[in-house]
Ligand binder design. Structure first.
Ligand code: NI
Length: 224
């Protein structure tokens, strides 16, 4: 079951252009897979480079809810749309909770060859002031992508510099303990997305009385 779902995710199913029917089918099977296989099958430790060129790991996100999205700065339309959406989600949540719940948006490049820390810095700024941008060497990017079941593949001619990167279009919700909670796809609207994140935040708070302080940026390094 898990293998099948992972294979589906690694395939063309969640790429750009997929219709929402297919999207929701995949989402259903992924949710089933989570129930069957447990949450340990998605996410985990990673080590990347932030927009200041510093080492940034999963540990740096502990203490707050984060929304991880994998893409590339040269992406012509899907990534900008999805990052605008996630920025809207973060703002909606903050607004709906009168500033109490602050979710951290995180962009992870799957095109580290072109996405230097400064390029990523310039890019994430366009979307949200609190968005963290990460890149790294290709091996580190491959590793974190594999952990999150993110598919990515360069398209176009070998050696070309104006290539595109096919990639999964998924937002991953990670809790303050660094554990994968759930994911959202392109077919989720900002409103649905925000409402669901808030439900998960409420669930988490119930089980972690006194240990989670929403908006408390415990370990996150300040981004300039
Ligand atoms: Ni993209």
């Amino acid at each position: 079951m898990t293998t099948l779902v992972v294979a589906m995710m690694a395939g063309a199913g969640i790429l750009a252009g997929v219709n929402s029917y297919k999207d929701s089918k995949i989402q259903k099977s992924m949710q089933t897979s989570q129930q069957v296989a447990g949450k340990a099958s998605v996410g985990g430790a990673f080590q990347l480079i932030d927009t200041e060129g510093r080492v940034f790991s999963d540990q740096d996100l502990l203490g707050e809810f984060a929304l991880l999205y994998f893409g590339f700065t040269f992406c012509p339309d899907i990534c900008p749309d999805e990052l605008e959406k996630v920025a809207e989600v973060v703002d909606l949540i903050e607004k709906q909770t009168a500033g109490v719940v602050k979710v951290r948006p995180v962009f992870i490049s799957v095109d580290p060859e072109r996405d230097t820390p400064s390029k990523v810095k310039e890019y994430v700024r366009e979307f949200h002031p609190r968005m963290i941008g990460l890149t790294g060497d290709i091996e580190s990017v491959k590793k974190v992508s594999k952990q999150y079941r993110v598919y990515f593949s360069k398209t176009g001619e070998q050696g070309a510099t104006d290539y595109l990167v096919d990639h999964s279009i998924i937002h991953y919700l990670v809790n303050p303990a660094g554990e994968f909670v759930t994911f959202y796809s392109k077919s989720n609207t900002a409103e649905q997305f925000a409402a669901s994140v808030l439900e998960h935040v409420a669930q988490w708070k119930e089980g972690h009385e006194g240990t989670y302080h929403p908006g408390n940026e415990i370990k996150v390094k300040k981004t300039a």
